[in-house]
Design a protein around this ligand. Structure first.
Ligand SMILES: Nc1ncnc2c1ncn2[C@@H]1O[C@H](COP(=O)(O)OP(=O)(O)OP(=O)(O)O)[C@@H](O)[C@H]1O
Ligand SMILES: [Mg+2]
Length: 442
């Protein structure tokens, strides 16, 4: 068979271009994987008789990480950490190793870097103690399995799945069949010996974990480590979790002494609290279960020639185009000769319809060159008719607005009934975009 090395698409004959992921020259011939070598019988048991503490939670000592894992690591689970090159996967897992080594024996397998290079990194990360972490540069999984059995390691980090290989399986390192065989093998080890295995996975150019969906299906939990390279903030997002909620995020700051967990996210994304200026507006988005207050910045400037430009950074482009069309149609403002840019401060990507109203207010504010009071937060989805639509979790959002000490909040009228009366924050309900715009730009 021929396999696409980017997405795993199978074909009987060689293809120049993958019909699934459109990658060029990604096909390589591979034999189908042989069965792996650990064979252990698992006779049927009654579900009732299984003790619950079989799956106890192990807290990693990093509270944000524990939270997105759903309360800590589960014994015998396999966790995949994916991320772009240099985002800090090895740094994060080395720190996790240091914490875990105080609980039980921990092995960090790095086939990518030499033990000396890891030692160098551990010297830089001065916040933790690495004296109890075992390091290995081995890339043969069979040998790693021997080490685990001999030394009773309870926690194993594999950095990364693309560079380890299984001698009993065919295919080159990093090929689809090798990755699948290695992941199966590691899962077997985890489930039968109760070892927690953390695997690093590289991502392909379009952001999927290489050796992709199949790897995500095999493991219990998938975490993506993302961050704009220019800022020091890194976001760890849970994409899949068999033992906890998904969609939640944890934010870290990359410092020379290591990754530091940030508990209050609002304060990072709101740099300009004191002064207001035109084109800036504060919204509340929900990432997973966490409300975050974020500043949106828009810039509308006269287009010099040709077709006016539209750019959005961190905000879905189609939604942004839609919002401009709504302003043009429902508020009768023209953008035909204006370049419009929209940016989410702090380098985070948001995708929550409740930020619609804020985006529109920022754009109009920049167009009219009139500022909106920086103490107001806008929460509402905007429909095509210019109506303000109900948003979810209104109380969670208002609570965050109150905590961050904002004075005023604009919400959809249809949400008014559910608002918790105990909240002290000042809020007003509106039913249409037109009313809000009239109230703020007299
Ligand atoms: N002295 C330093 N001060 C601040 N940040 C640093 C320092 N040294 C390294 N870094 C950060 O650590 C990152 C590299 O981390 P790490 O090697 O853990 O990434 P990775 O995701 O494992 O990369 P790869 O995919 O290449 O293995 C750098 O991109 C940089 O942001
Ligand atoms: Mg690395």
């Amino acid at each position: 068979m021929y396999h696409c090395s980017e997405c795993g698409y199978k074909s009987i004959k060689w293809l120049g271009k993958c019909p699934m992921c459109d990658g060029w020259e990604t096909f390589a011939q591979e034999n189908e994987v042989k069965a792996d070598t650990i064979t252990i019988k698992s006779p049927p048991r009654l579900l009732k008789g299984i003790e619950e503490n079989d799956a106890r939670r192990i807290t990693t000592g990093m509270s944000q990480l524990d939270r997105i894992l759903g309360g800590g690591l589960v014994e015998g689970s396999v966790i995949l950490v994916g991320g772009a090159p240099g985002v800090g996967k090895s740094t994060l897992l080395l720190e996790v190793c240091s914490k875990l080594s105080t609980i039980d024996k921990t092995l960090y397998v790095s086939a990518e870097e030499s033990p000396e290079q890891i030692s160098l990194r551990s010297k830089r990360l001065t916040d933790n103690d690495y004296s109890k972490v075992f390091i290995s540069g081995e890339d043969q999984l069979e040998n790693i399995f021997e080490y685990i059995k001999e030394n009773n390691f309870k926690f194993v980090v594999i950095d990364s799945i693309q560079v380890v290989n299984l001698a009993s399986s065919e295919g080159a390192k990093g090929s689809i069949s090798q990755i699948r065989a290695c992941a199966d093998y590691l899962t077997k080890i985890a489930k039968t010996f109760g070892v927690v295995v953390l695997i690093v996975g590289h991502v392909t150019k379009d952001g999927a974990i290489a050796g992709p969906k199949l790897l995500e299906h095999i493991v219990d939990c998938v975490l993506y480590f993302e961050g704009e390279m220019l800022s020091n903030y890194r976001i760890l997002r849970s994409i899949k979790n068999r033992f906890g909620p998904t969609g939640d995020i944890a934010v870290f700051e990359m410092k020379s002494s290591g990754l530091v967990e940030l508990k209050e996210m609002t304060d990072i994304f709101l740099p300009h609290r004191e002064s207001s200026f035109s084109g800036s507006c504060v919204v509340c988005t929900i990432e997973g279960l966490r409300p975050i207050l974020i500043e949106l910045q828009a810039l509308a400037s006269r287009a010099n020639f040709g077709v006016p430009r539209r750019r959005s950074l961190g905000f879905d482009f189609n939604r942004f185009s839609l919002l401009i069309a709504i302003i043009e149609k429902r508020l009768r403002m023209s953008f035909s000769s204006e370049d419009v840019f929209l940016n989410v401060a702090g380098g985070i990507r948001i995708n929550d319809p409740a930020t619609d109203l804020g985006a529109i207010m920022a754009i109009i504010s920049s167009l009219k060159d009139m500022d909106i009071a920086a103490s107001t937060v806008f929460i509402a989805e905007v429909g095509l008719a210019g109506e303000l639509r109900r948003v979810n979790n209104i109380n969670l959002r208002l609570k965050e607005v109150e905590r961050a000490d904002f004075k005023n909040c604009i919400i959809p009228e249809s949400n008014l009934k559910e608002v918790d009366k105990a909240l002290k924050v000042n809020y007003q309900g509106y039913s249409s975009l037109n009313e809000v715009v009239k109230a703020f730009f007299k």
